[in-house]
Design a protein around this ligand. Structure first.
Ligand code: PRP
Length: 222
């Protein structure tokens, strides 16, 4: 039996994913050691390998088959637009992709004015403004702390993730428009799904049997 390899987005999503996998008997003890500098973790008994990657790289590892399975946020999937199968909404990491800014910008958004939009997600912003809203905007790519942009005058609005809303509130900004809901997704390499169909289906079926997914867990392999 060959190894099935998982790429997990570093941070909170990875922790939640491992906790979830434990519930179906998939464990990886060496991954729990927070001090380790190891990059690959192995469960020899189940022939599984796990690695942690930067969220934006997870779809790349999965598309190229370096990982069979990935767990990453829908925001990253939309932005990266890779060729892979999105198999399951894991339901955690829930947040929203929104257009945010000072309240005053709401009118300007409505009146289709030429605005500057700062974002870590230029593809999502482009798709929303150009294809959905048919609105011409200038998109400025940033790499973090995007809320700064309207405060210091770099852009009128931002496209960013809103979870609790506290970053916005503490900086005098608000949600002006909602683009889409987000959460963690399980994705699978297209060839792996054919070659390792049984193991991958069994994994998804086991997850869908958990009480948290019993009613709404979708298994698109069925
Ligand atoms: C994300 C996002 C917002 C914040 C939203 O940033 O870009 O800034 O979290 O969360 P909240 O609604 O609960 O306040 P992240 O912490 O990932 O860092 P970044 O700003 O450097 O991208």
């Amino acid at each position: 039996m060959r190894y099935l390899t998982f790429a997990l987005a570093k941070g909170r999503l990875a922790k939640k994913t491992l906790a979830l996998f434990e519930q179906i008997g998939i464990t990886c003890e060496e991954m729990k050691d927070e001090k380790t500098r190891k990059l690959i973790f192995v469960n020899e008994e189940l022939k599984l390998k796990f690695f942690l990657a930067k969220a934006t790289d997870v779809p790349t590892y999965v598309e190229y088959g370096a990982a069979d399975i990935g767990v990453v946020g829908k925001d990253t999937l939309l932005e990266e637009n890779r060729n892979l199968y999105e198999m399951m909404d894991l339901g955690f990491g829930k947040c929203r992709m929104c257009v945010c800014g000072p309240e005053e910008a709401k009118e300007r958004l409505k009146h289709n004015e030429l605005l500057r939009v700062a974002t870590k997600y230029p593809a999502i912003a482009k798709d929303y403004f150009y294809n959905e809203k048919m609105q011409t905007v200038e998109i400025i790519k940033l790499n973090g702390s995007v809320e700064l942009a309207p405060i210091v005058g770099l852009a009128e609005v931002i496209v960013d993730i809103v979870e609790t809303g506290s970053t916005l509130r503490e900086n005098g900004l608000a949600v002006l428009e909602e683009i889409c809901p987000l959460s963690a997704r399980m994705v699978v390499n297209q060839v792996s799904l054919k070659m390792e169909q049984k193991r991958i289906r069994d994994l998804i079926h086991a997850l869908c049997e958990l009480p948290r997914y019993k009613n709404d867990g979708k298994d698109v392999t069925a």
